[in-house]
Each structure stands twice: as C-alpha cells, then as structure tokens.
Design a protein around this ligand. Structure first.
Ligand code: BTN
Length: 257
C-alpha cells in the first residue's frame, strides 16, 4: 500500500506500508541502492517484521499490527562524518517531542538513542549510515516504538508500551505522522547549522543526567554521574574520584538497582 502521511515538507510524503517484511531497514536499504533515486523522506512502515534488527546485533520483536516499526530515508550529505552523532540527536529529539505532550516528564532519551519512560524502554532506533566519497549518502533511520502491545515476553522485562502507560489504544498512522513532522523539524534545524541548540536540547532530555547511578564497564560496577555527551556521541561519566571517564557504545552498561 502506498500513499502519504501528511506531516511536513518531505518526511512521509512518499509512504509505503508493508504487511510483512524481514526488516524495514533492510527493505529501505535495498530500495535506496537501486538505480532509480528514492526521494529523501521516504518512509517504510511494516505491520509485521519477522527479523527486526536492534542495536548491537540484537533482534527487535514487536507484536504484529500493534506497534510502530518503520524506517525513514534521509540524505544528510551536509553533515561531517565526524559529526554523524548529530543525526542520532535529531531523530531522538523528533521522537521525544512527538511523545512528550502525551507522556510528560518521565519521558527521557537514554544514551545514545533509546526512548525511556521512567526506567523502562518505550522504543529504540537503529540508524545506519551509508558513506560514499567521504559523505553520508543515505541514512536509514529505523525506529521501533511500543504502542498498543499489552504485555511483553519475559526476555524483555524492561519494555513498556503507550497502552500500558495510558490505558488507551493509539492510531498508529496518526502517531507516525506526528513523529515524522517532529523528526523533520529537528533534521531541518541540523541542516541549518543549529547544532548548539540540538546538542543542548538532547543533553537536557537525557536519562540519568547529573544523577549518581551505577554503571558497569569491563565487568566492574562503579558509581558515577553522567555529565555530558561529546559532539561525537562519546558519553562522559564522572566517577566518585572525580575522574571524568569517556565511553563509546558497548563500553558501558547502565545498571538499574
Ligand atoms: C534498539 O533499541 O535496539 C533499536 C531498535 C530498532 C528497531 C527498528 S524497527 C524498524 C527498523 N527495522 C529494523 O529492523 N529495526 C528498526
């Protein structure tokens, strides 16, 4: 099924809804590498993903027809490769802003790009950049959000859905349209060079910012406080000896007590 979800200038103008696919990221990547150019802002949504992919080689599981699983094609050739984490910020903030009016203060962005409600995960994203000639030619922003699912299997004890929080069902396409509009807004800010605003806003919405918590790194637990996220996405955590430690993805785990 193909039509558009009117949200803004270009994100969602070309919209494809699939009944079933392995992964919307795989599908969009394949489509974007075909000879015919695909418009920026193309959105692929699936009612069911049978091999959804998550961060760090994990899978992404969502009950068919009840959740949002979609991917957006962006072409941030204006972005320096060293600053590609700004795209993560823009997409995270877009999702955050779409949900904030419904969910309020417990909503946070967990570094690098999970969407959290309290201490539980409402959704996540997998952004894959295709680099060519020193530029990001295509970026596939794959987003999975738990919406109308009422329960989760034991192996995802940390998951939560909108339905579990607000006890109501949501229309998936209406939410998607809202999300696309907000992502477009932040993406255009990034394109206009408003990185200071983008970085400040991302930081201010960060889960565990300026709070002392337990982390795990190299199999060791330690107490620390997130103080900053560097321009390139490196997480800064101050330990109890007032040392400023830096972590990239896979080097640190958040430990909920
Ligand atoms: C994570 O938190 O681990 C990232 C989850 C990303 C899941 C989305 S669902 C749509 C898109 N297609 C995929 O295969 N993965 C992303």
């Amino acid at each position: 099924m193909q039509n558009n979800i009117i949200s803004g200038l270009f994100v969602g103008q070309n919209f494809v809804l699939l009944k079933e696919v392995d992964s919307t990221n795989n599908y969009l990547k394949q489509l974007a590498s075909n000879s015919k150019p695909l418009p920026e802002g193309t959105v692929i949504m699936a009612e069911n993903q049978y091999a959804g992919r998550g961060q760090q080689q994990n899978g992404w599981f969502a009950e068919p027809g009840k959740n949002l699983t979609f991917s957006i094609l962006l072409k941030p050739s204006f972005l320096k490769i060293t600053e590609q984490f700004d795209l993560v910020r823009a997409v995270s903030l877009g999702v955050f802003d779409a949900f904030a009016p419904l969910l309020g203060l417990p909503l946070k962005i967990k570094w690098p790009n999970d969407i959290y409600y309290g201490d539980r995960k409402l959704g996540g994203m997998l952004i894959e950049n295709m680099i060519q000639g020193g530029q990001i030619k295509n970026a596939i922003a794959g987003i999975g959000l738990n919406i109308n699912q009422e329960s989760f299997p034991d192996w995802v004890p940390n998951a939560i859905s909108m339905k579990q929080i607000l006890h109501t069902d949501y229309d998936l396409k209406t939410l998607l349209s809202e999300i696309c509009g907000h992502i477009e807004g932040w993406y255009l800010k990034l394109k206009a060079g408003k990185t200071v605003d983008l970085r400040e806003c991302y930081l201010s919405r960060l889960y565990w910012l300026n709070e002392e918590h337990t982390f795990k790194s190299n199999d060791r637990l330690f107490s620390g406080t997130i103080t900053d996220v560097c321009y390139n996405g490196i997480l800064k955590v101050q330990n109890n000896n007032e040392e400023e430690l830096e972590f990239s993805l896979k080097e640190i785990e958040f430990v909920n007590k």
